[in-house]
Design a protein around this ligand. Structure first.
Ligand SMILES: Cc1cc2nc3c(=O)[nH]c(=O)nc-3n(C[C@H](O)[C@H](O)[C@H](O)COP(=O)(O)O)c2cc1C
Ligand code: SF4
Ligand code: SF4
Length: 251
C-alpha cells in the first residue's frame, strides 16, 4: 500500500510509477482524511509506502496529521519506505516521518528523494514551460530507480545535506510564517467555476459571492488551487502573478 499526498501532481506521478513497478495499491491520503478513513489493513506481503512533497524542509501539515491519526491492522514489520519529492533542498522530511512512525512502532526501511519542478512560485519562476518539462522528464529515470529498489525491497538511507536539527527548526519557523492564508487573493479574471474549492485536498476554500475565500488552519499550502486555476486568477503574495503555473503532465 502506497499512501501519497500531492498538490500539483509530482508526488502522485512518483507514487503511481512505484505502484505499477511494485504492484502495490496507491491511495491518496487527502481522500482518506476526507472520508474519515484512518484505520487501514495491511497484508503480510504488502509494502507500506509514504510519498509526498517536502514543504519548507519538512513534512506537509496534512501528511503529519494523517500519520498521527492512522492505524494499521496487520502490521508486522513489513518493508516500509518514504519517497519525497523536492525542488531545491529537501531538508529533513524523512527524519520527521521516521520519528512519527517510530512512535507508532513502525520502522522505516528505506528513504528516497527525487528532485522535480519546484512549485513554490512565491519564489520560483515557472513561466518557462519547456524547462519545467525538461526537469520533469529528467526525473523519470530517477523515479524508475526508486521504483525498482522498492519492488526489490532494498534498504536505502538518505543522507541529508543539512543537520536535521537546523532543518527542523527552519521548517517550524517557515511553516508558522506561511501557513496563514492572508496572502491568497483572486484577480478579476476569476469566472466563479468553483474548481479551486472542489479540488482542494483539505476543503480549505469556501465560495463567497462567487469568489474563493481561504480558511486559515485548514489550508496545507500545497498551492494546488493556484496552479490548477483555469484563469490563473489565484495569487499568493506579490510575486506569483509573474511566475506562472505548473501541473505535472503525467498524472
Ligand atoms: C509550501 C511549499 C513549500 C516548499 N518547500 C520546499 C523546500 O523547502 N525545499 C524544496 O526543495 N522544495 C520545496 N517545495 C517544492 C515541492 O517540494 C516540490 O515542487 C514538489 O515536487 C511538489 O510536489 P507535489 O506536486 O506532489 O505537490 C515546496 C513547495 C510548497 C508548495
Ligand atoms: S478555479 Fe480560478 S476561476 Fe475558478 S473559482 Fe477558483 S479562482 Fe475562480
Ligand atoms: S487552499 Fe489551495 S493551497 Fe490550501 S490546501 Fe487547498 S488547494 Fe492547497
Amino acid at each position: 500500500m502506497i499512501l501519497y499526498f500531492s498538490g500539483t501532481g509530482n508526488s502522485r506521478h512518483l507514487a503511481e510509477l512505484i505502484g505499477r513497478q511494485a504492484h502495490e495499491r496507491v491511495c491518496d491520503m487527502a481522500e482518506l482524511m476526507r472520508s474519515g478513513t484512518t484505520a487501514l489493513c495491511l497484508s503480510a506481503e504488502e509494502r507500506l509506502g509514504w510519498v509526498f512533497p517536502t514543504h519548507f524542509w519538512g513534512m506537509p501539515a496534512l501528511v503529519r496529521e494523517f500519520v498521527s491519526r492512522v492505524s494499521f491492522s496487520g502490521y508486522a514489520g513489513q518493508y516500509c519506505f518514504a519517497a519525497v519529492t523536492y525542488g531545491m533542498v529537501c531538508g529533513n522530511p524523512h527524519g520527521q516521518l521516521r520519528s512519527l512512525l517510530r512512535d507508532k512502532g513502525i520502522g522505516l526501511t528505506a528513504s528516497f528523494s527525487v528532485r522535480m519542478v519546484d512549485v513554490w512560485t512565491p519564489l520560483f519562476n515557472l513561466t518557462d514551460k519547456a524547462r519545467s518539462l525538461r526537469i520533469t522528464q529528467a526525473a523519470i529515470p530517477v523515479m524508475e530507480r526508486v521504483a525498482r529498489a522498492v519492488a526489490d525491497k532494498r534498504r536505502a538511507k538518505r543522507i541529508s545535506c543539512l543537520p536535521p536539527l537546523i532543518a527542523d527548526a527552519v521548517h517550524k519557523i517557515m511553516y508558522q510564517h506561511h501557513r496563514p492564508t492572508s496572502p491568497f487573493h483572486t484577480t478579476d479574471s476569476c469566472i466563479a467555476c468553483r474548481l479551486c474549492a472542489d479540488s482542494c485536498p483539505t476543503n480549505a476554500i469556501e465560495m463567497n459571492a462567487g469568489r474563493p475565500m481561504w480558511v486559515t488552519g485548514e489550508c496545507t499550502l500545497c498551492l494546488r488551487c493556484l496552479h490548477h486555476c483555469p484563469r490563473f486568477a489565484i495569487q499568493y503574495g506579490p510575486h506569483t502573478h509573474r511566475h506562472g503555473q505548473f501541473v505535472n503532465p503525467y498524472v
